[in-house]
Design a protein around this ligand. Sequence first.
Ligand code: UT7
Length: 334
Amino acid sequence: MSEQRRKAPSGIGILGIGSCVPEGELTNYDLEKMVDTTDQWIRERTGIFKRHKTDDQTATSDLAIGAAREALSDAGLGPEDIDVIVVATATPDMFFPSTACLVQNALGASQAVAFDIGAACTGFLYGLSMAEICIESGRYERILVIGAETLTKIVDWTDRATCVLFGDGAGAAVVGRVGEGRGFIAWRIGSDGTMSDLIKQPAGGSRMRPTEENLRSGDHFIRLQGNRVFKAAVKAMASVAVDTLEDGGYTGDDLELLVTHQANGRIIDATARRINVPPEKVFSNVEDYGNTSAASIPIALTEAKEKGILKEGMLVELVAFGSGLTWGSNLMIW
Ligand code: UT7
């Protein structure tokens, strides 16, 4: 594609990143002892080998705080420099106060306004988009966007179709002015509530209160129509990734790194093929973390940076899909 059609980066981007996962791990071999499954089935169908799991004392905000501290340190900023804290999570410590307010208190980010957003696995990318809007408005300068989840707390450990998929963790990014020639080029976010039944936690809210009966029926656990979600995920992620590349005047061939939501190795491979991105330009760590929902992209970015794979000046695209349904992408010069 002609370089003249390329959109310049906005100068707003990621100043620092970090992640935090609990020490506890659960391998496929551990799961073989818990449900009727095998390491081979899980690896072949999902690409996952192990996932991190919190203990009973650890909540989502604990992981969010750890990731936030790392991201602040990576950005060379202190908590008082943050204007907005956004926590993307489907597994908050409690419905209210928001997990973001708990993070604000722990960090001592007294200047910040803090709130949660609910966009499931796409939450981190929704957060990045909101961060850019906040900064562009001229009202705020530095936004801490955190994706944090403890999905193992809402998994039915007797349901082999879901309990092998999810893990706990948090990742965070400080968004601010990164200077000319860098930052976000284009992003898109989308939603489709007509398919809200495909992944959900039916009970626990106001529709099905957490009564004894609902708890007994297991309706407070994750319910997933895996195969339908699989197909919808590939279709939506490929489509939003291509559209966002086009918005910026790029194609998949130009990308130097693709980081998608880490739900399933086969979904990641199929998406990359549709965007025309070769495997060596795709970063994936689903094998070691499983699906950590809103946390998966910032955890992957942090690891890619630590391994020297993600470098300054690279053309990077992030793509996600999740319950809602929701999807999103962000094309940037890192
Ligand atoms: O974050 C965005 C949300 N996305 C997701 O969370 C995941 C999207 N979906 C998926 O990743 C895949 O659909 C799954 C990994 C969940 C399932 O893979 P699949 O290839 O779609 O398998 P399936 O659901 O069609 O099940 C195939 C078979 C079934 O047996 P039958 O009916 O063919 O006899 C399942 O009962 O595999 C069986 N099965 C298992 N077998 C061993 C399901 N789970 C397991 C298991 N171990 N853990």
